[in-house]
Design a protein around this ligand. Sequence first.
Ligand SMILES: Cc1cc2nc3c(=O)[nH]c(=O)nc-3n(C[C@H](O)[C@H](O)[C@H](O)COP(=O)(O)O)c2cc1C
Length: 335
Amino acid sequence: MSGPNNLLNGKVIPVAVAPMMAYTDRHFRYFLRLLSPSALLYTEMITAQALKHADPARWLAFSEQEHPVALQLGGSEPADLAHAATLGAKFGYDEINLNCGCPSDRVQSGRFGACLMAEPDRVAESVRAMRDAVAVPVTVKCRIGIEPRAGGGDDYAFLTDFVGRIAAAGCSVFVVHARKAVLGGLSPKENREIPPLQYGVVARLQEDYPDCAFVLNGGIRTVAEVRRHLDAFDGVMLGREVCENPYILAELHQAVVDPSWEPPTRESVIEAYAEYVEARLAEGYPLRSMTRHVLGLYAGMPRSRSWRRFLSEQGGAGVTGPQILLDSLRIVRAA
Ligand SMILES: Cc1cc2nc3c(=O)[nH]c(=O)nc-3n(C[C@H](O)[C@H](O)[C@H](O)COP(=O)(O)O)c2cc1C
């Protein structure tokens, strides 16, 4: 097996933003790219089924500036996934990722997400089919285990059997949310909070599969934590922290990629995003679907709450133009 095939210049990108339904749409990704030239940005999960029937551009269109950007797919039929991966590669995505970590009931009834960890051969077959179909890397995002599961025995043996079979199918990059998924018993939100984080299990995988790269995910919140984890892992993935405090991406690019880089001011990010918003409004995207993504930008800064309130209230008051973003800057400037 060759070394990790993800991503730029043969190296794993150190910081990734997690796939998050209802968050990581094209607008959020564009906004995040204004904050970090390097972070790998994932789409929301898009089902292979949706891409089979609907106009794919509706789901897959994105802006050139978003690169590097990875398409996350949900599904469990190898042929459908291969078709979806082909579309993703055609649209220009830099990586195709298969979701084997989402615990929601809706996803389980479609027989994909975390419950696929119980079907490693199906996942391996899907990975093979996708790899045969596209030249870009095919990666897998999973948990450290599922509960309940059949078969008894050791949890780590279950996990390493899963990883081993998928690696043998040609996947060399695994994003691992370092918690088990409790299927049936907990809501998706609880499943991101209650099962304990076990980073050591992912470190053990990294040791046992030195030819693969493991990207650590789950509960990572600060620049210091990222630095520490990058001593042991090729990459880390952050989800909720980026939604609440997107500016951390600029701090991370400077801290772990390019110390000589000057982070953009928040104000310049808003100005650049306002131009983007204007272009998308002309294509019919609603203003609020774009302004909602910036609300965390001033997290922890003076007048952050008034700024958020201004944007939320004006956005709901029939304001239709990007000027609202520029106007909002008066509030934070006054601080
Ligand atoms: C609102 C929301 C939506 C999510 N949607 C997805 C998804 O579509 N696919 C996926 O693999 N994980 C999804 N996740 C899980 C995240 O990708 C990530 O694994 C999890 O939030 C743990 O990382 P964090 O602690 O840094 O947030 C979602 C998480 C959140 C908060």
